[in-house]
Design a protein around this ligand. Structure first.
Ligand SMILES: Nc1ncnc2c1ncn2[C@@H]1O[C@H](COP(=O)(O)OP(=O)(O)OP(=O)(O)O)[C@@H](O)[C@H]1O
Length: 658
């Protein structure tokens, strides 16, 4: 036969062309084939039919809108006999099941059972015979194509649909991994399920084992109403208990399985439902994932497969997000706890002003230079800046520059590679790398050698380090806070500190006052230390008696807070009662100042006669008051003074007379 007049050859290209479209379905391919049939043959219209219950339903139709009913008897006879049947303008060609189809019962139920051709009614009998035979030829060609290719096209459609769903699932899973908020994640998962399974709602029930409840987290379309059901009730309960997926369809399945009370509460009617188990890492039940009301038809086997895969992805992501959230919460709690321990204590004017400045600069990445005598709290201040800054969850690394000899400085700060020098048995990151993302505290910067200063400056400018013995540039993001008790500006003038580094570090400078200039902050700090040590010892913090408070105020404190801290540590451990008395406070002498017994004629040469005399008097009075347990009359008597003269003397010496 000439291929041009062979109906199969004429119909096939159109059928293949339709199939080539990436989202073509079996129905679309059939529609294309029927259109070709109508265009090329004598058929006015063509359609496919299959039996649903007792009726014959048209599954596809090409040509003018049908005005007559399907000739059901003729169709039934053609299908029953497996032979072409004709009646008036109808020709019915049965579609045999291909061998491949017969093996797959689910395909059989989806394929049409007969091809229906309608021709024009009025024709001479001779013409009618010719045209009927030609029509049958065309029809049989189309029927063969549908029989042979139909199952393949259906399967192709299924595979495409499955690929589409898997792709969509991968996309969803990738998005879920970005989601940090557990509630938002559950919403995103439920949304994905409604879309992928063309359903009206989806809910994820997490199992509250202790309360024997299934808690529906995002119940879409339900607002924020909590949805809780007993863990053994209804379809979801059965899925949790059995670990097996379940489908439920109104009118086909037991009505009693559905909890209509939930429907009423949510003003919703469940028509169909599919639920699959959610499992934890160990494969134990963790909840149930359900979708409700398939928009068209019933939930299929493919839907079970899709929801099961979705549930397994979801379980993993939910677990990870919950773990991450728990970890973040405990990290934040720990950071908050540590941050609490590094408050800048004090209400004196200069400390209050300093606290305000810290609040302002903490949010920035500006370099800070903290100046202050030894033990004035420079490191505490640096830590406080760190914990108030956005870098608080990253490391705070402190380096004592005075302890770094020139030969070690580079490897300490920038790290080294294995074998970089004799003792470099392992590669080691330096302090800059360790502080990445956080704060690097360079204490005693004034003691850094000039060579070290040059290397430090380069890294601060370039924000890149290279480990000793290495060649790979490593970018570092570090906020630098430097501190010194040295007169850095003077050192710049004397050329013992690099001017360019000084300006690089000193974008903002903070000056910490010495303890002796902090007035009643001494008492606040003392209270702070007393409660810190009380906590360590496991008892209530001791209180300073009125006389002890006076003695603390009177004492000529050095600048170093450690003196106060050590004293409070000593009394916390040694003071027997709840109240600290004057005699419990034996102040240690400021090593830089000659003590009473040290005061010699030489002292007057260093301090000046008037200051040496003042200090001698202060100490003599302090000792007398302490030895008389704060009794001023007795103390005055011991000093050979009248009580009122003692008060006058206190005032004159700038001591606290209260
Ligand atoms: N605001 C504060 N709250 C609690 N303790 C503080 C505070 N300020 C300082 N201290 C305590 O004082 C001592 C000295 O503080 P820090 O080490 O911060 O001082 P520094 O100026 O860095 O000392 P150095 O000059 O010796 O390096 C520490 O024991 C610290 O705990």
């Amino acid at each position: 036969m000439n291929p041009d007049s062979n109906p199969t050859w004429q119909l096939l290209p159109a059928l293949l062309a339709t199939t080539a479209a990436p989202d073509a379905t079996f129905d679309q391919a059939t529609a294309g084939l029927l259109r070709q049939l109508v265009d090329h043959s004598a058929a006015l219209a063509a359609g496919t039919v299959r039996q649903t219950g007792r009726d014959w339903t048209v599954t596809n139709w090409a040509g003018p809108v049908r005005s007559q009913p399907v000739p059901e008897a003729v169709v039934a006879e053609a299908v029953d006999r497996g032979q072409v049947q004709r009646q008036s303008e109808w020709t019915v060609i049965p579609l045999a099941a291909a061998a491949a189809t017969a093996a797959d019962r689910t395909l059989l139920t989806r394929l049409p059972q007969a091809l229906l051709l309608q021709s024009s009614p009025a024709q001479s009998s001779a013409t009618a015979m010719d045209s009927a035979s030609s029509l049958t030829q065309w029809g049989q060609a189309a029927a063969e194509l549908l029989t042979d290719l139909g199952p393949l096209l259906l399967r192709l459609g299924d595979y495409r649909q499955r690929c589409g769903r898997l792709e969509a699932m991968l996309d969803c899973a990738a998005q879920w991994h970005q989601e940090d908020d557990p509630e938002a994640l559950l919403h995103a998962i439920a949304n994905a399920a409604t879309q992928l399974l063309q359903s009206e709602r989806a809910s994820i029930f997490l199992w509250d084992r202790a309360r024997k409840k299934l808690v529906g987290k995002p119940a879409l379309g339900v607002g924020n109403q909590p949805l809780e059901v007993d863990d053994s009730a209804g379809v979801v309960g059965a899925v949790l208990q059995s670990g097996q997926p379940r489908r439920w369809q109104a009118s086909e399945d037991e009505e009693a399985e559905i909890n209509r009370a939930v429907d009423r509460k949510l003003q919703f009617v469940t028509r169909s439902l599919l639920a699959v188990p959610l499992q934890d890492q160990a494969g134990k039940p963790a909840g149930v994932f359900e979708v409700i009301n398939k928009k068209q038809g019933a939930f299929s086997h493919e839907d079970i497969d899709t929801l099961t895969r979705l549930a397994s992805q979801a379980a993993g992501v939910i677990r990870n997000t919950q773990d991450r959230h728990t970890a973040i919460r405990s990290r934040d709690r720990l950071i908050a706890d540590v941050a609490d321990t590094v408050q800048i204590i004090g209400e004196s004017e200069n400390i209050a002003a300093l606290r305000k400045t810290v609040q302002r600069v903490a949010a920035t990445d500006l370099s800070l230079l903290i100046l202050g005598e030894n033990g004035t709290g420079k490191e505490v201040l640096a830590r406080s800046v760190h914990f108030q800054s956005p870098r608080r969850s990253e490391p705070f690394v402190a380096v004592n520059c005075a302890a770094l000899v020139e030969s070690l400085l580079e490897s300490e700060l920038f790290g080294h590679e294995k074998g970089a020098f004799t003792d470099a048995h392992q590669a080691r990151p330096g302090k800059f790398e360790l502080a990445h993302g956080g704060t690097l505290f360079l204490d005693e910067i004034g003691d850094m050698s000039l060579g070290g200063q040059a290397k430090l400056l380069r890294v601060l400018e370039e924000k890149i380090i290279v480990r000793v013995g290495g060649s790979t540039p490593i970018p570092v993001d570090v906020r630098v806070v430097a501190a010194t008790n040295q007169p850095l500006a003077g050192m710049v003038r004397e050329k013992t500190f690099r001017e360019d580094l000084y300006f690089r570090l000193n974008v903002v400078s903070l000056q910490l006052p010495p303890l002796r200039e902090r007035g009643d902050d001494i008492l606040l700090l003392a209270e702070h230390f007393l409660s810190e040590f009380a906590q360590q010892i496991g008892r209530l913090p001791a209180k300073l008696s009125k006389h002890a408070v006076s003695a603390m105020r009177r004492h000529a404190w050095s600048g170093n807070i450690r003196e106060l801290r050590n004293l409070m540590e000593r009394v916390s451990y040694l003071c027997p009662g709840d109240t600290i008395q004057v005699q419990d406070l034996s102040f240690s002498a400021d090593p830089r100042t000659p003590t009473g017994s040290d005061l010699t004629p030489q002292s007057a040469l260093t301090l000046g006669l008037s200051e040496a005399t003042r200090r001698y008097q202060v100490q003599a009075i302090e000792q007398a008051i302490a030895s008389c347990q704060g009794n001023m009359t007795d103390a005055a008597a011991r000093l050979g003074l009248h009580r009122s003269n003692l008060y006058r003397k206190l005032k004159q010496l700038g001591m606290d007379a209260s």
